[in-house]
Ligand binder design. Structure first.
Ligand code: LRH
Ligand code: MN
Ligand code: MN
Length: 389
């Protein structure tokens, strides 16, 4: 194994981009309490300004994802200009059908054609937002399902879902994509209409080439081999996006790489193996909430964690690994794998940053910048991540 980051690895890292979610900058919490944080953005313009700080200090986060209606504004062209003036662009547009009373029993799967049409129309509005902001991806996560056996006809709901998704997909331009996110439970507790990668894969496969699967790392049962799913979706050409976060118990939305750095490493090894790293077709997005920590440094830490594990994944000696695998050298192969994971790349990455005119330690540089104190003083009455907006 190379003991340092070679020029090839540094070049690969230079192309890495992690998309940050606008909702990470708003206040969030659990169903028990949402804590307010001084300096929380009051509107989407301020969320984008905060996201731009992450890019400013890391050079790794050039795009900001929006959630509609949380980030609904009058003038999307102005929002786009605002983002670009701060050195970032608008990324994925996330739809939201989980906070409207009409959708209590379903949205894209609803039995009532009028309600289903309302849900489809919401997605068409999201595509209008994409047209106005230059966004490429429409991300759909559905909070639909049932709580009790017998409550619903699960098969009829799949059929309605397929029809709804097709109508949405047909409205996309040739440059735009639809990514469908799966989640095994919550808010529905018995059945969920898109619970797993197989269902997402089946649904998007019948739509067309520009329909892909989004893998949120927090959306699997404990113990799931997520890197296997990453491998399979890349193999099938259907991994469109990641929602990165980490979890101890359920969909905790904690800082990526905080709970299980080794899992993040294993995922990124498969991404590199599958040609996904720096591949324009796989969006690396964060989907996190910072309930108790400051949000901007929480996001800076997150993108640094992704970069760190990516660098380790790139250090994996694939030739030696392939040889050990062919020889059925079980322990030898595992040792090669672990060698890459155990390698401390932080000093090399600090040097990488400095060579690009960035601070070696972005966390410290942000803390010293005075930005946090300034927003705390200037902004009064910040908004929730969207749950109350
Ligand atoms: C659902 C989810 C989905 C939503 C986001 C706020 O749990 O992961 O991506 O859009 O959280
Ligand atoms: Mn998600
Ligand atoms: Mn989630």
């Amino acid at each position: 194994m190379s003991t340092t980051l070679t020029p090839d690895i540094l070049d690969a890292l230079a192309l890495q981009a992690v998309e940050v979610p606008s909702w990470a900058y708003g206040n969030s919490g659990t169903r028990f309490k949402v804590f307010g944080t001084p300096g929380t953005p009051r509107d989407p313009f301020e969320k984008i300004a905060d996201a731009a700080q992450v890019q400013r200090f890391t050079g790794l986060a050039p795009r900001v994802a929006l959630h509609i209606p949380w980030d609904r504004v009058e003038d999307y062209a102005a929002l786009r200009d605002h983002a670009e003036s701060l050195g970032v662009v608008i990324g994925t547009i996330n739809s939201n059908t989980f906070q409207d009373d009409d959708f209590k029993f379903g949205a894209l799967t609803h039995e009532d054609p009028a309600i289903r049409q309302k849900a489809i129309n919401h997605h068409l509005e999201c595509i209008d937002v994409m047209d106005a902001t230059g966004s490429r991806d429409l991300k759909i996560w559905l909070a639909e399902g049932s709580n009790y056996p017998g409550q619903n006809d699960m098969r009829a709901r799949q059929d309605r879902l397929q029809d709804s998704l097709q109508q949405i997909y047909d409205r996309l331009s040739d440059e735009q994509r639809l990514v469908l996110e799966y989640k095994f439970f919550e808010p529905a507790f018995y059945h969920t209409d898109v619970p797993d990668w197989g269902t997402a894969f089946a649904q998007v496969s019948s739509l067309g080439e520009r329909a892909q699967v989004c893998l949120d790392t927090g959306h699997h049962a404990p113990g799931t081999n997520i890197e296997f799913i990453v491998m399979q979706l890349l193999r099938l050409g259907k991994l469109g996006a990641f929602d990165f976060n980490s979890r101890f118990y359920a969909d905790d939305d904690l800082i990526v790489g905080a709970a299980d750095p080794f899992q993040l490493f294993r995922i990124l090894v498969e991404v590199v193996r599958g040609g996904g790293l720096n591949h324009p077709d796989v969006t690396f997005m964060l989907d996190q909430c910072h309930n108790i920590e400051d949000k901007i440094p929480g996001q800076i830490r997150s993108v640094l964690n992704v970069q760190e594990m990516t660098a380790r994944a790139l250090l994996l000696d694939r030739e030696a690994l392939a040889a050990a695998q062919s020889a059925n050298d079980v322990l030898g192969a595992n040792e090669i794998f672990m060698d890459a994971f155990q390698h401390d790349v932080r000093p090399a990455l600090a040097g990488w940053r400095e060579s690009r005119g960035l601070a070696g330690n972005p966390m410290a540089a942000y803390a010293a910048s005075g930005y946090q104190e300034r927003i705390a003083a200037e902004r009064v009455g910040g908004a929730q991540a969207g749950w109350g907006a």
